[in-house]
Structures are given as structure tokens and as C-alpha cells.
Design a binder for this molecule. Structure first.
Ligand code: ADP
Ligand code: CDP
Length: 235
């Protein structure tokens, strides 16, 4: 294999997926695609319209028809991209605790998943992408050339997310973040369609004791090793 053209990164909340993916995409000159943002956008729109997170039919219709645009950052406030839903910049709205609390329930509906996975697969098939989510290696792009599953223990992930939210000025307690994350993990791992788990051919990397740079270096080393293997086979 040469440089992997499609890289899939899956794992639970705050395992470091987006951080790694953005650095890898910049390093390789690839496009970074965050699929979680699409599930968050549907959830945000549902909350605004008063659609219940249990209403499969209404949510499926929303996922199929939502006017959603993910653009290059339009404001220099640390955002990796700007998300426009129905003409409104909702980039930071999507990170609010209300969205966190409902997103796993919304994402469990097969109709919602089908609508969004289809859009994601079309983007992924273009190649030269680093795609992040929960089911990229298992469902969205099972033919990805490199699959990474990032993990870290719950406390560590909750601490990372807590610090991130506090730095952004959100008034949350560590216990609230921990409990919300525990519930989201359970729903994401327990759903019937596309449950969160590593693909059989994923490289599982536990980041509990690794800093951001160490994770990045490990994955770059992995990509370089795969490239060397590929060129040996090709010779
Ligand atoms: N290996 C790491 N060590 C410490 N902090 C990390 C690490 N990876 C990511 N972070 C921090 O943890 C938070 C969540 O990371 P993020 O990449 O958004 O996770 P995910 O995309 O998996 O939800 C961010 O504030 C990020 O800077
Ligand atoms: N490919 C994906 C991506 C996200 N999701 C859902 O969307 C939620 C938010 O995903 P996210 O990647 O934005 O969450 P964080 O890891 O950033 O906290 C997850 O908890 C899942 O319920 C999914 O089901 N499948």
C-alpha cells in the first residue's frame, strides 16, 4: 500500500479523534471530515423544532432533508470549520450540553443513520480524506486503507472534555460531564445499528497515557511503516 488514501478514525467521545484527524489531514494535505457534526446538526434542528428524540419518522425526514453546509472557518475563534444549518451559523451551538444529551438517542434511529451515512460515504469515496466518527471503519467506509480506533478511559476523556468546555466559558461541573459521557458511551455502544466498536482490521490505540504529540507521532510512524510495506510488495 502507498500512502493511505482513505483514513478512518473511530472511537468514543474525547478520545482525541478530531485532534488527531486535523493534524493528520494538515500533514498529508488531505480533507478532514467530521461526521459527528452531521448527527449534531440533525439533533440541534430537532430540538429547535420541538421534534422528540424518539420520533423516528420525523427525525429520518429531517436527516434526509436538512439544509446543512460545512465550510472553511469563517471566524478565527479556534473553530476547525463553520457549520451552517438553514442559513444560520450553529458551529458552537452544536457543542451545547442539550445537544450532547440528545445526540446519541437521535443517532440510534436506522433511518437517520442511513440518510447521513450515505452523504458521508459519497464524501469519503472522493479519497484523500481523514474521516472521523463512530462507524467509519465498520459501515461508512469499510474499504478504508487505514483504520484507527482511538480509546482512553472514561475519567481521562471526561477530564479532557471538561477542560475544553471550561476554556470555552461553559458553566459545567466535572461530574455532569462525566455522567453525560458515560450515558453517551452506553447508548453508542449499545445501539442495534452500527454500534461503536473497532473494525476487525482497525489498529486500536489507547491514548490514556499519551499526549497529543505522542498520538500523532505513533500514527505517522504507522502510516510510514505501511508505505514501506507497500513498496516492498510492489517491487
Ligand atoms: N492525547 C491527548 N492527551 C490530552 N488531551 C487530548 C489528547 N487528545 C485530545 N486531547 C484534548 O481532548 C479534548 C477532546 O479531544 P477531541 O480531539 O475533540 O476528541 P474527540 O474528537 O474524540 O471527541 C480536546 O480539548 C483535545 O485538545
Ligand atoms: N459516525 C458517527 C458520528 C457520530 N455519531 C453520533 O454523534 C454523537 C456525537 O459525535 P461527535 O463525534 O461529535 O462527538 P465527540 O466525540 O466529539 O464528543 C456520538 O455520540 C454518536 O451518538 C454517530 O452515531 N456516528
Amino acid at each position: 500500500m502507498g500512502t493511505p488514501l482513505r483514513i478512518a478514525i473511530d472511537g468514543p467521545a474525547a478520545s482525541g479523534k478530531s485532534t488527531l484527524a486535523q493534524r493528520l489531514a494538515a500533514h498529508l494535505g488531505y480533507t478532514y471530515i467530521d461526521t459527528g457534526v452531521m448527527y449534531r446538526a440533525v439533533t440541534w434542528a430537532a430540538l429547535r423544532r420541538g421534534i422528540s428524540p424518539e420520533d423516528a419518522e420525523a427525525l429520518t425526514h429531517l436527516a434526509e432533508s436538512l439544509d446543512l453546509d460545512i465550510q472553511r472557518p469563517t471566524v478565527a475563534d479556534g473553530r476547525p470549520y463553520t457549520v451552517i444549518v438553514e442559513g444560520e451559523d450553529v458551529t458552537w451551538e452544536l457543542r451545547r450540553p442539550e445537544v450532547d444529551a440528545a445526540v446519541s438517542q437521535v443517532s440510534a434511529h436506522p433511518g437517520v443513520r442511513q440518510a447521513l451515512s450515505q452523504r458521508q460515504r459519497q464524501l469519503g469515496l472522493r479519497g484523500r480524506v481523514v474521516m472521523v466518527g463512530r462507524d467509519i471503519g465498520t459501515v461508512v467506509l469499510p474499504e478504508a486503507d487505514l483504520k484507527i480506533y482511538l480509546d482512553a478511559d472514561l475519567e481521562t476523556r471526561a477530564r479532557r472534555r471538561y477542560q475544553e468546555l471550561r476554556e470555552r466559558g461553559q458553566a459545567v461541573s466535572f461530574e455532569e460531564v462525566l455522567e453525560a459521557m458515560r450515558q453517551r458511551d452506553a447508548l453508542d455502544q449499545g445501539r442495534e445499528v452500527a454500534p461503536l466498536r473497532p473494525a476487525p482490521d482497525a489498529v486500536v490505540l489507547d491514548t490514556t497515557a499519551l499526549d497529543i504529540e505522542e498520538v500523532f507521532q505513533k500514527v505517522v510512524a504507522l502510516i510510514e511503516a505501511r508505505c514501506r510495506e507497500g513498496s516492498r510488495v510492489a517491487r
